[in-house]
Write a protein that binds this ligand. Structure first.
Ligand code: BGC
Length: 427
């Protein structure tokens, strides 16, 4: 009998009261066609173009089609994980006065960019119209709010600091799949064991996945206060603690596949699914890929927080906007109604691996992993993801990504990398 081993996710004290219930009544906002008399086409811009991400989008579109049969969904998805290609293209379109009706944007600093540029409309009246004021955790709505206005409707919450692993590969390397790694140092020993078997110890892909690994190493080594201080100026980017963290990052990169820069996240995750790699650090959109693979051919997988980050939920949330100058604002509002509805959130998140942003969604049939994420989100310390738009503006993230790519391709040394990171954040 196959068995998914659950390693403890989250044990630390919660600092934010962001509890999500695992099962309750559907709540408001999911009934009928309150979005008005929308018709025509609505272009929805995302980067959920393939695989499990497209499956998530498709599930949401199915609910949209039921709730708004008179509006035709037009898929404006642009491939590339974490919006690596989509965000640039979106910016060109917005600047050229050719906006999609609605687009995916991360809650936090990234959304602030669009607000500052006057590219997204205040949708707070829709919160009233759709009964959303109390549907989302207050802290999340705060991240979407500026000067009393709310600029998007969240569709989901993802966790970035998760390690996914193949227990068969671990067992073959003489490791106990149920072992817990308290620190990165403990984990290095396990990575050595997998490497000694001739397998990729830690699979990874192109730059943004490397930045995501970097953020989890900073979180592990600096702790939550130190990590948060990187974004509010309280932690010295040039200090020795950051140097030590970058050394750990360099060491972790030494366990990764050398073809990484030509790959995207599904390729790296697939290496673990296929038993070609032992571990992969990936946001929990990977859950959807593992679950999908599991349907075709039952495959064990395990997951645990990146060593040294137990009790911390490295958070990001996708949300949808109403663009300034949207060709079909009523169509966009209809889409936003579905995004915010309990029915939409249940269907979408079940398929996407994430958890609903609504606190009243019925998650009783969600996966075992997703239930752990709901529990962790309710009690862990929440921090903002760097690679996924929550912690810093897009321009800063782009500079950090460039510095990371230079370092991991051998075009800069650790001292130069650290200086470039410091300069990127200091602006
Ligand atoms: C998005 C997720 C997406 C992931 C990989 C993140 O930035 O928030 O929805 O699955 O990128 O593409």
């Amino acid at each position: 009998m196959r068995k998914k081993t659950l390693l403890a996710l989250g044990a630390g004290a919660a600092v934010l009261a962001l509890g999500l219930t695992s099962c309750s009544s559907g709540g408001g906002g999911d009934t009928g066609d309150k979005g008005g008399d929308a018709s025509g086409e609505v272009e929805v811009f995302t980067w959920w173009a393939a695989g499990s991400e497209k499956a998530g989008l498709d599930a949401l579109v199915d609910v949209f089609n039921e709730q708004h049969p008179d509006v035709k969904f037009v898929n404006g998805a642009v491939a590339g994980g974490a919006g690596s290609a989509a965000k640039d293209l979106l910016q060109s379109r917005l600047q050229a006065g050719d906006p999609p009706d609605t687009f995916q944007a991360h809650a936090g600093a990234e959304l602030q960019d669009y607000i500052d540029a006057g590219q997204v409309e205040d949708v707070s009246d829709l919160y009233d119209e759709f009964g959303l004021r109390d549907a989302f955790p207050k802290d999340l709505v705060d991240r979407l709010t500026v000067d009393g206005a709310i600029y998007s409707i969240p569709s989901n919450i993802h966790r970035a600091n998760v390690v996914w692993a193949n227990p068969t590969v671990l067992k073959d390397a003489g490791l106990d799949p149920a072992a817990k790694y308290e620190t990165l140092d403990d984990w290095f020993t396990a990575l050595d064991a997998v490497k000694a078997k001739g397998k990729t110890a830690l699979s990874i892909a192109t730059t943004w996945t490397q930045v995501q690994l970097l953020e989890t190493v900073l979180l592990s080594d600096l702790g939550t206060d130190g990590y948060n201080g990187l974004w509010d100026g309280k932690t010295d980017w040039k200090g020795s603690e950051v140097t030590d963290a970058l050394k750990d990052f360099e060491k972790l990169m030494s366990y990764t596949n050398t073809d990484r820069d030509g790959l995207d996240w599904p390729d790296a995750t697939q290496q673990v699914i296929d038993g070609d790699a032992g571990f992969n650090v990936m946001g929990d959109w990977a859950e959807a890929a593992f679950a999908e693979a599991d349907k075709k051919s039952p495959a064990d997988y395990i997951y645990f927080p990146v060593p040294g980050t137990d009790g911390v939920f490295d958070f990001l949330a996708d949300s949808f906007t109403l663009t300034v100058g949207a060709p079909n604002p009523d169509g966009a509002k209809a889409w936003l109604e579905t995004v915010g509805s309990a029915e939409g959130q249940e269907a979408f998140n079940k398929a996407k691996g994430s958890i609903p942003a609504r606190t009243d969604a019925d998650t009783s049939d969600f996966s075992e992993y997703q239930k752990t994420a709901i529990e962790s989100f309710g009690k862990d310390t929440i921090v903002s993801s760097l690679a996924h738009g929550a912690a810093v503006p897009v321009a800063t993230l782009n500079k950090i990504s460039d510095a990371t790519s230079k370092f991991t391709t051998g075009a800069s040394d650790l001292a130069a990398f650290q200086s470039e990171l410091a300069a990127a954040v200091e602006g």
